[in-house]
Design a protein around this ligand. Structure first.
Ligand SMILES: Nc1ncnc2c1ncn2[C@@H]1O[C@H](COP(=O)(O)OP(=O)(O)OP(=O)(O)O)[C@@H](O)[C@H]1O
Ligand SMILES: [Mg+2]
Length: 367
């Protein structure tokens, strides 16, 4: 059982405010992912929860009890670090059992427990190897086993998969998910990878510059971003964002950029006039080779991904405009040729000059 509360938690390193007044309650058994760009304070937050870093101010409570004065080993948490530093001169088995030795568990019991967790993360065949003889993915599993073995109430995982290639990352991600379901413990997982956050989290905590920007389920974060930053951070390829302004013409609100103009759908007509950014996700842009559409752009690049094909268009700005081809005859797509793009009016987003979302389509969640 572990419900973790952070109350007004702050940490400064000299002049650097790494974490600023963070408040958050993590429920028992929840899988929470802290996500955000490099340097936003994810590791510092996790280290404060674990007890390796003293907060400058604020309170950390586990099951209602303040743990600020407790040593890391007395908090009942298990942390897997960003770099998985295994003892190089100990075998895999000795690495895993280290925490149990510290707790003075008898040898027979230790061996059984090591075997049990090794089976759990599928490394039983590696127990007699040295860390240097393990692949990156295997070493990562050993690091996970080393934490698992102590049976913590909460797992604190700091980018545990960041050193692995994409395929292994996906495999081990599934492993983390499976472990969470099997163990029913609280997991706090740190990553800067939005895809990892989306696939693993019950709840995502988006951080930026030491602060929480948004908290929500993966689908809420994806379809209901509070600002330009969250909209841009989640989704691959990213949301298309077009800088422009909202104007009124003949009583109708329109979005106008240097390249095109769009009459805003009814649900967005009450937005304020002024500078704005229009957002639309690649999967909500229709593409045809015919006439019409909201915008005509030339195809710059065709990227087949197997199931879908991504089409990159030249919008005359730094970032290409991206659409997912759906039901499009690829024989009609020619690099350099203009195509008609139309935006699903239900799925448009508008962000104000300060980046805050000022409007979006009425669809609550993406299907
Ligand atoms: N021990 C330290 N001394 C001084 N500054 C630090 C220390 N640890 C972290 N910082 C600073 O605090 C800020 C947050 O760092 P932190 O390691 O928490 O970021 P992060 O979100 O984990 O980033 P990354 O994704 O790169 O791991 C950064 O500006 C960093 O330079
Ligand atoms: Mg970090």
């Amino acid at each position: 059982m572990a419900r973790i509360e952070l109350i007004g938690l702050s940490k400064s390193f000299g002049a650097v405010a790494a974490v600023k007044d963070l408040s958050l309650a993590i429920e028992d058994g929840e899988f929470v992912v802290l996500v955000g760009p490099s340097g936003c304070g994810k590791t510092t937050t996790l280290r404060m929860i674990a007890g390796f870093e003293d907060p400058s101010s604020g309170d950390i409570r586990i099951d209602g009890r303040s743990v600020n004065d407790l040593e890391p080993r007395d908090r009942g948490l298990g942390m897997v670090f960003q770099t998985h530093a295994l003892f190089p001169h100990k075998t895999v088995a000795q690495n895993i059992e280290f925490g149990l030795r510290m707790k003075k568990m008898p040898a027979v019991e230790r061996a059984l427990r090591v075997r049990e967790v090794a089976d759990m993360v599928r490394i039983a065949h590696l127990l007699e190897k040295m860390p240097s003889q393990c692949s990156g993915g295997e070493a990562q599993r050993v690091a996970l086993a080393r934490t698992l073995v102590t049976s913590p109430s909460t797992f604190l995982l700091d980018e545990p998969l960041s050193s692995l290639d994409a395929k292994l990352r996906r495999e081990l991600r599934a492993e983390c998910d499976r472990l969470h379901q099997a163990l029913k413990r609280t997991f706090i997982y740190v990553t800067h990878d939005q895809e990892e956050a989306m696939t693993l989290a019950d709840r995502i905590i988006v951080m930026r510059a030491g602060e929480i920007v948004q908290i929500g389920s993966p689908m809420e974060i994806y379809s209901d971003p509070v600002n330009h930053f969250v909209a841009d951070f989640f989704g691959s390829p990213s949301m298309n964002l077009i800088v422009g302004e909202i104007v009124q013409m003949n009583g109708v609100a329109r979005f106008r950029s240097s390249r095109f103009e769009l009459a805003l759908p009814r649900h967005l007509r009450s937005v304020k006039i002024g500078p704005a950014t229009l957002g639309i996700r690649p999967e909500h842009v229709g593409v045809t080779s015919g006439e019409g559409g909201d915008l005509r752009l030339a195809v710059r690049l065709v990227e087949p991904l197997g199931r879908d094909t991504l089409l990159y268009f030249d919008p005359g700005s730094e970032r290409a405009f991206v659409a997912v081809s759906k039901g499009l005859n690829m024989a009609d797509v020619k690099v350099g040729a203009p195509m008609a793009l139309s935006f699903d009016p239900q799925r448009l987003y508008l962000f104000g000059a300060d980046g805050k979302r000022i409007g979006r389509g009425p669809t609550q969640l993406v299907d």
